[in-house]
Design a protein around this ligand. Structure first.
Ligand SMILES: [Zn+2]
Length: 108
Protein backbone atom coordinates (compact mmCIF):
# COMPACT_ATOMS: atom_id res chain seq x y z
CA UNK A 1 0.00 0.00 0.00
CA UNK A 2 1.45 3.40 -0.91
CA UNK A 3 2.04 5.80 1.94
CA UNK A 4 -0.96 8.03 2.38
CA UNK A 5 0.01 11.61 2.96
CA UNK A 6 -3.48 12.94 3.25
CA UNK A 7 -5.04 13.13 6.67
CA UNK A 8 -8.43 13.85 8.07
CA UNK A 9 -9.13 17.61 8.33
CA UNK A 10 -6.53 18.47 5.69
CA UNK A 11 -7.47 21.03 3.06
CA UNK A 12 -7.09 19.41 -0.32
CA UNK A 13 -7.47 20.44 -3.93
CA UNK A 14 -8.89 18.18 -6.62
CA UNK A 15 -6.49 17.61 -9.50
CA UNK A 16 -8.69 15.78 -11.94
CA UNK A 17 -12.27 14.99 -12.80
CA UNK A 18 -15.52 16.83 -12.50
CA UNK A 19 -14.48 18.78 -9.40
CA UNK A 20 -11.08 19.76 -10.73
CA UNK A 21 -9.58 22.75 -8.86
CA UNK A 22 -12.22 22.59 -6.15
CA UNK A 23 -11.03 22.67 -2.57
CA UNK A 24 -12.44 21.03 0.48
CA UNK A 25 -11.75 19.54 3.86
CA UNK A 26 -11.03 15.85 4.22
CA UNK A 27 -13.74 14.21 6.27
CA UNK A 28 -12.44 10.66 6.12
CA UNK A 29 -9.54 8.75 4.60
CA UNK A 30 -10.05 5.17 3.55
CA UNK A 31 -6.52 3.90 2.92
CA UNK A 32 -7.65 0.36 2.13
CA UNK A 33 -9.64 1.69 -0.83
CA UNK A 34 -7.18 4.45 -1.68
CA UNK A 35 -10.00 6.94 -1.40
CA UNK A 36 -11.14 9.80 0.78
CA UNK A 37 -14.37 11.60 1.49
CA UNK A 38 -13.97 15.33 1.02
CA UNK A 39 -16.48 17.93 2.10
CA UNK A 40 -18.63 19.15 -0.85
CA UNK A 41 -16.48 17.24 -3.35
CA UNK A 42 -17.68 14.52 -5.69
CA UNK A 43 -21.28 14.99 -4.67
CA UNK A 44 -23.79 12.47 -5.79
CA UNK A 45 -27.50 12.83 -5.59
CA UNK A 46 -29.20 10.24 -3.53
CA UNK A 47 -32.90 9.81 -3.82
CA UNK A 48 -34.70 8.87 -0.67
CA UNK A 49 -38.25 7.85 -0.06
CA UNK A 50 -40.13 9.45 2.74
CA UNK A 51 -40.38 7.22 5.77
CA UNK A 52 -42.58 8.88 8.39
CA UNK A 53 -41.77 6.23 10.99
CA UNK A 54 -38.12 7.17 10.88
CA UNK A 55 -38.75 10.90 10.47
CA UNK A 56 -37.15 10.72 7.04
CA UNK A 57 -38.29 13.28 4.54
CA UNK A 58 -38.28 12.13 0.97
CA UNK A 59 -36.36 13.93 -1.68
CA UNK A 60 -32.92 14.29 -3.14
CA UNK A 61 -29.99 14.32 -0.79
CA UNK A 62 -26.52 15.25 -1.83
CA UNK A 63 -23.84 13.05 -0.41
CA UNK A 64 -20.11 12.99 -0.84
CA UNK A 65 -18.85 9.99 -2.74
CA UNK A 66 -15.32 8.67 -2.19
CA UNK A 67 -12.68 10.17 -4.44
CA UNK A 68 -9.32 8.62 -5.31
CA UNK A 69 -6.44 9.86 -3.21
CA UNK A 70 -4.37 10.14 -6.38
CA UNK A 71 -6.73 12.89 -7.56
CA UNK A 72 -6.13 14.95 -4.44
CA UNK A 73 -3.30 17.13 -3.29
CA UNK A 74 -2.84 18.62 0.14
CA UNK A 75 -3.11 22.38 0.37
CA UNK A 76 -0.46 23.71 2.72
CA UNK A 77 -2.07 25.71 5.55
CA UNK A 78 0.95 28.00 5.69
CA UNK A 79 1.46 29.05 2.09
CA UNK A 80 -2.04 28.13 0.87
CA UNK A 81 -0.69 26.35 -2.17
CA UNK A 82 -1.25 22.79 -3.26
CA UNK A 83 2.08 21.27 -2.38
CA UNK A 84 3.83 18.00 -2.36
CA UNK A 85 4.63 16.82 1.10
CA UNK A 86 7.90 15.39 2.24
CA UNK A 87 8.43 13.55 5.45
CA UNK A 88 10.72 14.22 8.31
CA UNK A 89 11.26 12.46 11.56
CA UNK A 90 11.66 14.59 14.65
CA UNK A 91 14.05 13.85 17.50
CA UNK A 92 11.24 12.40 19.57
CA UNK A 93 10.54 9.90 16.81
CA UNK A 94 7.34 11.53 15.60
CA UNK A 95 6.97 11.90 11.88
CA UNK A 96 5.82 15.16 10.37
CA UNK A 97 4.95 16.19 6.86
CA UNK A 98 6.91 19.01 5.34
CA UNK A 99 5.61 21.36 2.65
CA UNK A 100 8.00 21.27 -0.26
CA UNK A 101 7.13 24.84 -1.17
CA UNK A 102 7.54 26.72 2.11
CA UNK A 103 9.00 24.05 4.44
CA UNK A 104 6.19 24.42 6.95
CA UNK A 105 5.56 21.28 8.95
CA UNK A 106 2.20 19.62 9.26
CA UNK A 107 1.29 17.02 11.80
CA UNK A 108 1.39 13.57 10.36
ZN1 LIG B 1 3.65 25.59 2.33
Amino acid sequence: MPKVKIRKNDQVVVLAGRDRDARGKVLRVQPADGTAIVERINLVKKHTRPNPQKQVQGGVLEREAPIKLSKLMVVCPECGKPARMGRRRLEDGKGVRVCKKCSATLSS
